[in-house]
Ligand binder design. Sequence first.
Ligand code: PLP
Length: 384
Amino acid sequence: MNFPYSRRIANLQPSDIRLMTRECERVGGINLGQGLGDLPTPPSVKEGAIQAIRAGYNTYTPSEGIPGLRYCVAEKLRRDNGLDVDPDKQIVISSGTTGAFASALTALLNPGDGILLMEPYYAYHLNTILLSELEPQFLTLTAPEFALDEVNLRAAIRPNTRAMVVCTPSNPSGKMFSRDELNIIDRVAEENNLLIISDEIYEYITYDGRKHISPASVGQLGRRTVSIMGFSKTFSITGWRLGYAVAEPALASAINLVNDLLYVCAPSPLQHGVAAGLKAAPEYFQTLRTAYQRKRDILCDGLADAGLTPLVPQGAYYVLANISHLGLPDAKTAAMHVLERTGIACIPGSAFYRGSEGENLVRFCFAKEDAILLEAVTRLRKLR
Ligand code: PLP
């Protein structure tokens, strides 16, 4: 049988992240490429899920999630994000942040609509945009500051631009948007009636005392923003597939309709597990920050020693490093060279850009046990 493929997948490329994972396995290396986040899960989260399974919470839940979790999320949004929302009308628990993002695009935008993405971008954002038959439009933020400039933002808006993605803290750059930058987005979004989709999955992984600012809490952005957040990174449960969208009731209701059709509901016992985790003492979040800052510093110091200049991140758990001194033609060749010489896998910077800006960058992930990171930096120093 000869089936034609859907034109929706015609422009999708398998990511270099998977390629590097395969190559890393081939050489038995240390994988600092993929953002697996394999640190321990808090016992309260695991126990909460185990008890829920034992108690028989194994069937479908409401598509928007169990009330117990939505109420905990509303409390957390008030405490940590400065957002006051109705847990019955404004929160949709989904199959990961990824599911919340896909549901929002499908529910709120039409094929052919333009959606602005800032480079360097998270490839899933781009690919989900393509899969949804939207038109990706780009604004390149320049290293090392990745600052947002109002003139450039205005210039990037096209007649069909309907939405904009803001990823803060960002994967891969670790950039955190400042209040001034979010005020720029507020002004430009008001003038152009843009929907803002903010991916805040790394909201608790921030460094040097920097405070995460939720776009929806700034100016008038709350009424036009879908805040997408999740538990994968906060509780090291990337395989549980739990995230959520927060928006004005009419937007949340449309997102929930699609969420129901695509996923039915998020995994029932696991929703109970993260609800237990959210009730844990707020000190947990400080411990998380401290641990990741130590990991960031181990890796960045090691990269600097190895001559791979790190662009030290403000948040999230990745670092872009400049590999131009290796004198290799492109980022993929450089990533393969680093893997062959040291047994450390990283991701070519080209995975995060359309054009050539990423060719002198590679990305390392430091969501790893300290001992593994220390071994990794010892090996990286061989590049010197
Ligand atoms: N958003 C960003 C920016 C990410 O880096 C990732 C994972 O790497 C995700 C979303 C995926 O989140 P989830 O596991 O909640 O689907």
